[in-house]
Design a protein around this ligand. Structure first.
Ligand code: SAH
Ligand code: SF4
Ligand code: F3S
Length: 452
């Protein structure tokens, strides 16, 4: 059969923002090779499954998706190239061919820049597994390839890759490699390219993003430089580590024009014993101090976090300390997980001694506290006004949706006859009128509506 029209690319992404970013770059790169994106896997000529290995469940989900997609695709289209990318690839390497014999190409996170070449080679020569880490030279960072691709309102911008923190539970250092910082000129150049293409918000990416430093430039210094970009409206970053929350970084909140009033600052546990066993290198007291500093610098800041329950040796008393911290700090949202032993990590050698029943019970208690506190915080926002950056249409007809600077999703309906700029990227002052399970409802404050 002779193929007419462009080759089709289907990408399925698991895991964190770094994988989302990498998948976006994959799409861009392959579009440069003449591929067109599709949401229908059955018509794909190239399938990329970008995997995550952070917990056992994520790992298994990736592996079973590989099997499922291979089955769906290869039966009708044996020539379709099946690629497994991301952290499971780095961890498993060529073993993936044993788990899923129909996979053609395995690429670790640091090999993605060469993807077009590996795909061509795999089409000709069959199975290839490319893993291992680069040295982090200027060419090794996956940056936005071109000015032609239409951009979203908000885009990711990589400032570092890898991690050497070696929190005892975490597989990231072994699947993402050593910590490498990107040259600041390259960060600024990409930021300029993006903002000149209409991007209003940048989200800086790094596993320990606030550990960034380069030739004397600190992370706070980098934020200050980005803050001066004329086209930029909003700046965020993920994920910061509490022990790198320097006084100058804390003080940047509430001072820098673009730095938003929200932070996701993973705490993991509220008990010093657990934190020490996790290798987090801060105490619950240190964490409380950082939070105090952030709230003094920026009283309206909303703070979210990550938590692990049932870490080896976590006693009931230690767990209670975590609950105490949740009640005291009052996070607006948290991702909480049961401890999952990961191969090759220090914690995998500790006895996984909290029973499954206790892990499940503790997770539920954490969920309930987080949900209640988050609901209370969001109810307190009713009647307040926020600047909303429109990202698209809301669920109901005529409704717009977007985010406030504190990262809350707000849906609002322009008043009848009002001529609001409805385009993604426009800014509006909105008064919050109601609380929905995952968003807020609001009305535009007509007189102050901005054209964006
Ligand atoms: N680099 C980020 C987070 C990386 S992983 C940081 O340092 O904060 C995202 C979250 O997954 C972590 O914050 C942690 O809460 C959770 N996590 C990581 N490894 C885990 C494991 N082995 N078991 C359970 N949760 C884990
Ligand atoms: Fe993992 Fe810790 Fe590095 Fe975060 S800082 S990626 S939790 S090792
Ligand atoms: Fe998962 Fe890799 Fe991110 S393990 S959380 S996709 S760095």
């Amino acid at each position: 059969m002779i193929k007419v029209g462009p080759m089709k690319l289907y990408v399925r992404t698991f895991g964190c923002q770094m994988n989302v970013h990498d998948s976006n770059r994959i799409v861009e790169m392959m579009q440069g090779e003449g591929y067109q994106s599709t949401t229908d896997v059955k018509e794909a000529d190239l399938v990329v499954i970008n995997t995550c290995s952070i917990r056992e469940k994520a790992h298994h989900k990736g592996i079973s998706e590989i099997g499922r997609l291979c089955k769906r695709v290869k039966r009708n289209k044996p020539d379709c190239v099946m690629v497994v990318a991301g952290c499971v690839s780095e961890q498993e390497g060529a073993r993936i061919f044993k788990l899923a014999p129909q996979v053609d190409l395995v690429v670790g996170p640091d090999q993605i820049a060469q993807l077009p070449r590996w795909v061509r080679d795999a089409r000709q020569d069959g199975r290839i597994a490319m893993t291992g880490f680069d040295r982090g030279t200027r060419a090794d960072f996956l940056s936005t390839a071109d000015r032609a691709t239409p951009r979203g309102v908000s885009e990711f911008l990589t400032v570092s890759k890898g991690c050497e923190e070696r929190c005892t539970y975490c597989i990231v250092p072994s699947v993402r490699g050593p910590e490498r910082f990107r040259h600041p000129d390259d960060i600024i150049e990409e930021a300029v390219l993006l903002t000149e293409n209409g991007v209003q918000e940048l989200v800086l990416l790094g596993q320990k993003v606030n550990a960034y430093h380069y030739d004397g430039l600190t992370f706070a210094g980098l934020l200050e430089r980005l803050d001066q970009l004329p086209g930029l409206q909003r700046l965020r970053f993920t994920s910061p580590h509490p022990r790198h929350m320097s006084p100058s970084l804390i003080e940047s909140f509430g001072r820098l024009r673009t730095l938003c009033e929200s932070i996701h600052l993973p705490v993991q546990s509220g008990a010093d014993g657990t934190l020490a066993r996790m290798g987090r290198r801060y105490t619950a007291g240190d964490y409380r101090e950082v939070i105090g500093g952030l709230r003094r610098a920026c009283p309206e800041i909303l703070i979210s976090t990550d938590l692990i329950v049932g870490f080896p040796g976590e006693t009931e008393a230690e767990f209670e300390q975590t609950i105490g911290l949740l009640e005291e700090v009052r996070f607006c949202g948290a991702f909480s997980f049961k401890f999952s032993p990961r191969p090759g990590t220090a914690a995998a050698n500790l006895p996984d001694d909290v029973t499954e029943a206790d892990k499940a019970r503790r997770l539920e208690i954490v969920h309930n506290v987080i949900e209640r506190v988050e609901r209370e915080i969001r109810h307190d926002l009713v009647g307040k006004r926020f600047e909303v950056l429109v990202t698209g249409s809301g669920r109901n007809a005529g409704q717009l949706t977007g985010r406030a600077r504190n990262n809350q999703i707000i849906n609002f309906q322009p008043a009848k006859g009002a001529t609001l700029n409805q385009a993604p990227g426009s800014l509006h002052q909105v008064e919050v009128t109601g609380v929905m399970p995952h968003s807020l409802e609001g009305i535009p404050v007509a007189d102050e509506a901005q054209s964006g």
